[in-house]
Write a protein that binds this ligand. Structure first.
Ligand code: ATP
Ligand code: MG
Length: 593
């Protein structure tokens, strides 16, 4: 996710060599395991017992073979009991190991996910502007799982398979050290071959993931855009597109089946070759002198049991790499600089606002505001008008410090805006955003959101009434308790807008900002809300952004923005007399009405 790299901890990634930064990530991930040392201990105990049972399987083979050889029937009843005991122990031990690795891993997912989520709440708006929401949420959902799957996968391999290999090798050395030494010479090249073959196959099977990606991508597009698909007759096109992607997926899938079906016998053949060497050597007297048939069978059995854990161990690096890559992506987010909040003052604001030559340039170089100076006295109503893209929303976002001016300064009650704490600043500004945001919760909780949660129900209904929302809320199945679906899907655009106005009114803050707050309303509701707003505006500083100019005629000052500059400024009558952009816009509006 390259978009994160640019803003995240540049010194760290630039000056450290990749291996060192990888090691850094690895140890940082290990840090998360610390509180679970006890679970790790139980995992080790479980897997240690498990690996001991592997040796005992080989040993049991030896006893049984020797007993058969001797024609000895005295232990006929003992062996079955031993076998059962062995497998009970083994089952219990592997349960212990698997359960506690899962416990560690699920806790790791939980902790990482909560940490990433809480981090998201503290990141500045600039971060959200710079990163697509899909990328951000995939970190929370996918990368976190990936880290956990890979890190616990490799932990499990390391413990379970590592301990098994140690136990089996120990047994083999104890049983016949000469043969084992010889094995050490023969095995590595064969293992290398096996690994090489598996890698090639793995590479081939990756293609199928990509085709799966486009299948789900097309599906999502059709589901989200079903209206456009229907209205523009896109069914045939989509069907063809989907068919192509699915066909590719089918072909890739068959390729994987073929390669896998070749892979397994090929690897078995390679392992058999290793076994050939062992058997061939074992039959030489200088290697196998004084060995019983049972010991030999046990030895071969142990060597056979060795192959699976050894193969997993050779893949451990790949697994680790996957986890570390995902870990790096998560840590990049966790290391993002948080919203600056160096302010210390928490004054009770009257509502004087002063912009001094304020400029704002977005990260991509767009100059959204330039040389903007304006004084607003407490209680005044200022209207901002201008073409789409003139910089109106940008200007009001500077007031909540969602954006920081690139030049100039803003003062509230003569204090620089950044001397206030963010909490105090935002508590005293009520804003109705251009894009209405509703949460998957009840109407009541949507109006009394966040710090408004403890407002009494009377205040909530009063705010809803002022926002002209009370009537339609009462018609919902559960009134104020009705759930609004995610994104407020069951409500009309105008209803959603009225809820967001109610939220702002409930906040009862000295500064009120309305960014196209009534744009989705019909003339009648707009008229009523306007009256309610007019009342409320009297007692506080208000910034209104509106395209319909009839709603702002009574403003104390009207500011016409154009290309980020103030083009005209004055009262409605003054601007009409000026006969400039405002007068033109107004004439057009009036003609329409
Ligand atoms: N995050 C961003 N990154 C880069 N440029 C941006 C960003 N947001 C806005 N802009 C640009 O800044 C300029 C001002 O945008 P702004 O949203 O302030 O306009 P506006 O006056 O509110 O327009 P509208 O009436 O359509 O809401 C536009 O040219 C816009 O393309
Ligand atoms: Mg806007």
């Amino acid at each position: 996710m390259p978009s994160f790299a640019k803003s995240s901890n540049p010194e760290l990634t630039a000056t450290l060599k990749p291996e060192i930064s990888q090691r850094h990530t690895f140890f940082r991930l290990l840090g998360y395991l610390k509180p679970y040392w006890w679970a790790l201990l139980l995992t080790i105990i479980g897997f240690a017992i498990n690996s001991a049972t592997e040796v005992w399987i080989a040993k049991l083979l030896q006893f049984i073979t020797d007993a058969i050889n001797r024609g000895d029937q005295s232990q006929q009843n003992l062996f079955p009991i031993l076998i059962i005991l062995l497998f009970i122990t083994r089952g219990f031990a592997s349960f212990l190991g698997n359960y506690f690795t899962a416990l560690i891993s699920r806790n790791l997912v939980y902790r990482l996910r909560v940490e990433v989520f809480n981090k998201l709440l503290r990141l500045p708006s600039a971060f959200y502007l710079a990163n697509p929401s899909g990328t951000i949420s995939s970190k929370l959902i996918f990368d976190v799982e990936q880290v956990t799957a890979a890190s616990t996968g490799s932990l499990k391999t390391l413990l379970r398979d590592g301990l098994t290999v140690i136990a089996l090798l120990g047994y083999m050395f104890y049983s016949n050290w000469r043969l084992t030494l010889i094995l050490f010479v023969v095995l590595p090249p064969i293992l290398w071959l096996v690994r090489y073959a598996s890698k090639r196959f793995l590479h081939l099977s990756k293609g199928i993931q990509q085709t799966m990606g486009s299948v789900s991508h097309i599906t999502n597009e059709v589901i989200n855009g079903y209206q456009v698909v229907k209205n523009y007759g896109g069914q045939e096109y989509e069907s063809r597109r989907f068919n192509d992607a699915s066909m590719k997926n089918l072909r890739q899938g068959m390729k994987v089946v073929i390669t896998n079906s070749i892979n397994t016998p090929l690897i078995q053949l390679l392992m058999a070759m290793a076994m050939c060497v062992v058997v061939w050597l074992a039959l030489r007297p200088e290697v196998m002198s004084g060995t019983t048939a049972g010991e030999f069978i046990a030895y071969i059995g142990a060597a056979g049991l060795l192959s699976k854990p050894v193969r997993s161990l050779t893949d451990i690096n790949q697994q680790l790499q996957k986890g570390i890559a995902a870990g790096e992506s998560i840590f990049a987010l966790l290391d993002e600089p948080e919203e600056q909040d160096t302010g210390t003052l928490t004054p009770k604001l009257h509502g004087d606002i002063r912009f001094e030559q304020v400029g704002l340039t977005y990260a991509d170089g767009t100059k959204a505001l330039q040389d903007f100076s304006l004084s607003v006295k407490a209680g005044e109503t200022i209207a901002l008008v201008g073409r789409s893209g003139a910089g109106k929303t940008t200007l009001v976002n500077l007031l909540t410090r969602a954006l920081t001016p690139t030049s100039g300064q803003i003062f509230l009650d003569n204090q620089p805006i950044d001397s206030l704490t963010l909490e105090s600043l935002r508590a005293q500004i009520a804003m109705v955003n251009q894009q209405v945001v509703l949460f998957n919760d009840s109407v009541e909780h949507n109006i009394a959101y966040g710090s408004l949660a403890d407002k009494p129900i009377e205040d909530i209904t009063a705010a809803a009434k002022a926002a002209f929302a009370h009537d339609f809320i009462m018609q919902l199945p559960n009134g104020y308790g009705s759930d609004i679906g995610a994104d407020g899907l069951q409500l009309s655009g105008g209803q959603r807008q009225r809820l967001s106005i109610a939220r702002a009114l409930l906040k009862d803050a000295p500064i009120l900002i309305l960014d196209e707050a009534t744009s989705a309303l019909d003339n009648e509701s707009e008229y009523y809300i306007q009256q309610a707003l007019d009342n409320i505006m009297k007692s506080r500083t208000t910034l209104v952004i509106a395209h319909r100019l009839t709603t702002i005629e009574s403003a104390d000052k009207i500011v016409v923005l154009d290309g980020g500059y103030i083009k005209e400024i004055g009262t409605h009558d003054e601007l009409l007399q000026l006969g400039g952009q405002y007068a033109q816009m107004y004439a057009r509006d009036f003609a329409e009405a």
